[in-house]
Design a protein around this ligand. Sequence first.
Ligand code: PEP
Length: 259
Amino acid sequence: MRNILVAGNWKMNKTPAETNEFLQILAEFTKSNQHPEVEVMVAPTYLSLSGARDAIADANILLSAQDVSKNINGAFTGEVSAFMLASLPVDMCIIGHSERRAYHQETDETINRKLQMLLASGIKPIICIGETLEQREAEETMEVVITQLEGCLNDVKLATGDEIVIAYEPVWAIGTGITATPEQAQEVHSLIRRLLSKLYSNEIAQKVLILYGGSMKPTNMDELLSCGDIDGGLIGGASLEIESFCKMIEIAIEKKRGV
Ligand code: PEP
């Protein structure tokens, strides 16, 4: 059985002090609310990663960056390398978020280079893919998702499937309050797993965590997690408030306990 990953993407929110305050409460909460098959992750800004590492030192919480450079080192003003992230250390790194694709013109080729950098540095990538509203309405969702995933995974070798996480995030559901129905999400998640099976093997495909992202919140999480191929959530807005994030961790734990 795969774990559930409850992952918060904070985007450009929270100062280092606010991050610290949030994480101290979260660390306390996760001490008394945990399950061996439920993982919790937060992705603050680069600026807060070092302080966050200290704030969660004794807690079972994974730390993620929101992006990484596709380059090793050198004259790339404003960028942060995978090696630097690994030195903190961070555990995971989001790549290919639709906001990076839209506002920074990131292509599958760029994301593939970032993925290779992260794997070489021992950081687990969360690879984001997903269609726009226009693409869904033109019935291109499956084609778009296949192209993105094949492009991102080009020449990437996997030994177990545990090296990567994939997040299916329909762009029309991100930050809009509109969530994909469980049926819509499951249809794409199952396609992703079938594609992984074709690209690698069924054994590897069964190990890869596939998260759903797009206005996931306490009120819709349970039904999304009930789908066979949804292994957790990449959560934006609802991860910023400690109450709703903790509630979502509780929902994941209850799911694993079969409550
Ligand atoms: C995201 O940014 O990855 C995301 C899913 O945001 P939200 O939950 O706010 O839709």
